[in-house]
Ligand binder design. Structure first.
Ligand SMILES: [Mn+2]
Length: 329
C-alpha cells in the first residue's frame, strides 16, 4: 500500500530488524487504538524472536481485557532496550512521567496519526491521514509477517473499530474498510468484538452515565454542550475514570450541537477536558492554546481553575468559532 512514505517506513523496518529487545509504550488512559496497536506490534515482534515489553502507566480498561496479549501490559520499564516504540502519541510526556524521564533505549521510533504531533523521536512514522495507529501497524504487519494470525488481527481490528467510532467517523476511509475486510477474512468476528468493546458495560457505568447526564449544560447559542464528572460521582457509583470512555458522545449527539465536551475532575480544581466536534469546528486547534492536542473532531487538554469559569470560557470560544464558520465550510 502507498499510505506511508517509503523512506520513513523503511527506516522503521530497519530499526525493528536491528533491535533484539523492544519496549512498546503508549499514552496514558489507553484506548482501543493505543492498546490494539501496541499488542499487535508486540505479538508480531515476539513471533520474530524479539524480547518485548509492553508498557503503559495505566491499567487496561475492562472492555479491552479480551484483547490477545492484554496480560502483557505492565507499568514497569526494564533497565534497557535496543528500541523504544512510542505508539498513538508523539510526545513522550503523553506516556507519563516515568516514560518521559526514562533513558534506557538506544533508539526511539514513534508511530502515530495525531494532528498536532510534535516530532521528537529518532524515527517518526507519523501520518495524520491514517484512521488509527492500528492502520500504520497493519502496513508494517503485512511486510513483517504477511500471514499474521488471528491474535494480531483482533488487535488491529479493535484499534481501527474504536478510532473510527465503529466506522462512523469521517476518518473511515476506503483504506479503513479494506483493512477491516482483510482482518475479517483472517477470522475476526465483528459481532464478537462489538460485544466485548461496547456491550459489556458494568451496571455501575450506566449508573454513572445517569449522574453525568444530569450535569448537561448548553452554551448561549446551543451549539456547544458540556457535561462533567466528579470524584464524588465515581465514589457514589463505585466507578473510576476508565468508566467514562465515550461519555462525551452523548452531548455531541444532541441535534444542533456542534461541539461537546466533558470535564473530568482529576485533582482539586483541576480538570481533564475531552472535546468532540461534529466537523465544523477544529477542536484540536481550539485546545492547542491550552497545551492540549488531538484531531479535528476529537481533542483534549488539562486545566486548573473553577469548573464553572472554565466551562463558560470554552462555551464562549465554541460560540465564537461557530459564528465564524458556516455549516458548509
Ligand atoms: Mn489513535
Amino acid at each position: 500500500m502507498a499510505l506511508l512514505e517509503a523512506g520513513v517506513q523503511e527506516e522503521a523496518l530497519k530499526a525493528i530488524a536491528r533491535a533484539q529487545t523492544v519496549v512498546i509504550a503508549s499514552h496514558i488512559d489507553p484506548d482501543g487504538d493505543a492498546l490494539g496497536s501496541s499488542l499487535a506490534l508486540a505479538l508480531l515482534l515476539r513471533k520474530l524472536g524479539k524480547k518485548v515489553v509492553v508498557y503503559n502507566r495505566d491499567t487496561v480498561p475492562y472492555n479491552y481485557r479480551f484483547m490477545p496479549g492484554a496480560e502483557l501490559v505492565a507499568d514497569v520499564l526494564p533497565a534497557s532496550c535496543d528500541l523504544l516504540c512510542l505508539l498513538d502519541c508523539s510526545e513522550f510526556a503523553r506516556a507519563g512521567d516515568d516514560l518521559m524521564s526514562w533513558r534506557g533505549y538506544q533508539q526511539s521510533l514513534c508511530i502515530d496519526h495525531h494532528l498536532t504531533a510534535s516530532v521528537n523521536a529518532d524515527i517518526n512514522l507519523i501520518y495524520s491521514e491514517a484512521c488509527a495507529t492500528g492502520e500504520l501497524i497493519y502496513e508494517l504487519a503485512v511486510i513483517l509477517e504477511p500471514g499474521f494470525g488471528l491474535d494480531v488481527a483482533v488487535n488491529l481490528y479493535t484499534a481501527i473499530l474504536t478510532d473510527t467510532g465503529s466506522f462512523r467517523y469521517s476518518n473511515s476511509t476506503p483504506s479503513s474498510f479494506a483493512i477491516a475486510g482483510d482482518l475479517v477474512a483472517r477470522g475476526v468476528e465483528p459481532w464478537e468484538i462489538t460485544q466485548q468493546v461496547y456491550e459489556s458495560q458494568p451496571l455501575e457505568r450506566i449508573k454513572l452515565i445517569s449522574l453525568v447526564l444530569k450535569t448537561l449544560r448548553l452554551s448561549d447559542s446551543k451549539l456547544g454542550a458540556a457535561v462533567w464528572v466528579t470524584k464524588e460521582m465515581f465514589a457514589e457509583t463505585g466507578t473510576d475514570s476508565e468508566y467514562t470512555d465515550g461519555l462525551v458522545n452523548y452531548p455531541r449527539s444532541i441535534a444542533g450541537v456542534e461541539v461537546a465536551f466533558m470535564a473530568r475532575e482529576v485533582g482539586p480544581d483541576e480538570y481533564k477536558f475531552s472535546f468532540r466536534s461534529r466537523g465544523r469546528v477544529n477542536v484540536a486547534a481550539l485546545v492547542v492554546d491550552f497545551g492540549g492536542g488531538g484531531h479535528h473532531n476529537a481533542a483534549g487538554c488539562r486545566l486548573k481553575g473553577s469548573l464553572a469559569k472554565l466551562i463558560e470560557q470554552f462555551f464562549a470560544l465554541v460560540d465564537e468559532q461557530c459564528k465564524d464558520s458556516r455549516p458548509d465550510d
